[in-house]
Design a protein around this ligand. Structure first.
Ligand code: MV4
Length: 447
């Protein structure tokens, strides 16, 4: 196992990683920007190193400063968290060259999954169901029209280097194809330096369901069930739950085992998430994320497996602490992302938290780094914490979530807590009856 891990991230996830390290007797180094000198994880870490000014590109994205911080402190591994350098193949490659362990998959696996065309071809080869569409990149109008006529309109054009909702365009008829193809290519070239695009059948009312996987890098893969992340706004997830209210145990086992076997065959190492659109009882692969995700706690709450602990084990060459037969899904968990934003306009609300009272009690977990007197800097993502609630079933989970939200007080700034107060009392949310467009429609209707 590692002696010392450098945490190349900030906020709640930096604290989450620090906690796992502490429980495993691993020393920690917090690599932080000047704006985060007073952060909770910096105070709790064994050592801290300032890696630059507030702007992310000069600190949390500054590979050379981070490698230098590693060498100064003698850290033998880096945990990248999510965002920032977590899916940067070049960073993983640099660390490989420096003999520092990147806590995540190989740079090759990151590269493959970062290219959405390669990712889809790899998924298909491994037996994962994919969305019908072009076999690889499409360059000619005639080819695009032939494929679209074949699968039927509407179709969606996606940039190979896009992902997470960037570089996509829906095409409703053949007349729109030429302009749409040209525009998407040009935009992709400008945004990603790669104008390769591909075509898929457009699914109109899917759910977003993702499967948590882990590989040991030696051919063993496991799945930890799925999360339903359909409640989102502008490709930002708002509320996530495990299990998905839409799946039966048989469906879970089937898609889960397909993913577990695929990850094993790939020789994948560490935690990953295989994202699907789910419509009319069918799964369609869209992307694979090669990092720990924001919403990983809902999986932890229903499996009682510490995903960061397992990442550290696998990255250091140990076996995972469990195998597939040990995985049991018990109860139901929901996560609410608490952002420092106005709950209706989503305008960021940085500043001083003058009062902070998180909820507690049975089945309640709050992952956050904030406290009374903490000043939220304006330079980063507005996520300030996550409320995660677990119950023996979905109804109990929702009751517990309602009372937890009633207890949660954050003063001095605006947060998204009032939105959740409304959502947990909505009939569709209570019934689990929503797709990826539900929240945006709800927000448009309720003003
Ligand atoms: C789609 C789709 C419909 N059909 N692909 C958006 C993010 C990116 N990961 C994939 N996305 C979509 N791909 C096909 N063939 C609809 C979306 C989509 C979406 C997906 C997941 C969660 C929220 C979404 C919101 C709008 C569109």
């Amino acid at each position: 196992m590692f002696n010392k891990v450098l945490i190349a991230n900030r906020g709640e996830i930096a604290l989450r990683i620090l906690r796992a390290c502490k429980e495993m007797g691993i020393e920690t180094v917090a690599a932080h920007s000047t704006a985060d000198a007073d952060a909770m994880h910096v105070r709790l870490a064994d050592q801290s190193v300032c890696i630059g000014p507030p702007a992310s590109r000069d600190s949390y994205l500054n590979m050379h400063e981070i490698v230098a911080a590693c060498e100064i402190t003698g850290a033998d591994a880096i945990h990248p968290g999510y965002g920032f350098l977590s899916e940067n193949a070049k960073f993983a490659e640099i660390l490989e060259a420096h003999g520092i362990t990147f806590i995540g998959p190989t740079s090759e696996h990151i590269k493959t999954m970062g290219d959405k065309i390669m990712a889809k071809q790899t998924a298909q080869r491994l037996g994962i169901p994919v969305v019908p569409g072009s076999d690889g990149a499409v360059t000619e109008d005639s080819e695009a029209r032939r494929i679209a006529a074949d699968i039927g309109y509407p179709v969606i054009i996606k940039a190979a280097s896009g992902g997470g909702g960037r570089g996509m365009r829906v095409v409703n008829s053949e007349q729109e194809m030429e302009v749409a193809l040209q525009t998407t290519r040009t935009e992709a070239g400008a945004a990603f330096g790669d104008d390769a695009v591909y075509i898929e059948k457009y699914l109109g009312k899917p759910r977003h369901i993702e499967v948590q996987v882990m590989g040991d890098g030696k051919g063993m893969g496991v799945h930890l069930g799925e999360r339903d992340c359909s409640l989102q706004r502008r490709h930002q997830k708002v509320l996530e739950e495990a299990n998905s209210p839409a799946l039966t145990p048989e469906q879970r086992d089937k898609i889960g085992m397909i993913c577990a076997n695929a990850v094993g065959d790939l020789g994948y190492s560490g935690a990953g998430t295989i994202e699907f659109l789910y419509e009319d009882g069918e799964f369609y692969f869209i992307e694979m994320n090669t990092r720990l995700q924001v919403e990983h706690p809902v999986t932890e709450m229903i499996t009682r497996i510490d995903l960061v602990n397992e990442q550290l084990r696998v990255a250091s060459g140990q076996e995972m602490s469990f195998s597939q037969k040990d995985v049991r899904f018990q109860g139901h968990a929901i996560e609410c992302r608490i952002n420092a934003e106005n709950a209706r306009t989503f305008v960021p609300s940085p500043g001083e938290i003058t009062y902070y009272h998180p909820p507690g009690g049975l089945g309640v977990r709050v992952d956050s780094g904030v406290f009374t007197g903490y000043k939220i800097p304006p330079y980063y993502d507005s996520l300030i914490g996550k409320l995660i609630v677990v119950g023996r079933n979905r109804a109990e989970c929702l009751n517990r979530l309602r009372r937890s939200l009633d207890e949660f007080v954050v003063g001095g700034i605006q947060t998204t807590l009032p939105l959740f107060q409304d959502l947990v009392r909505n009939d569709d949310v209570i019934a689990g009856d929503y797709d990826i467009h539900w929240l945006e429609n709800y927000l448009a209707q309720t003003g």
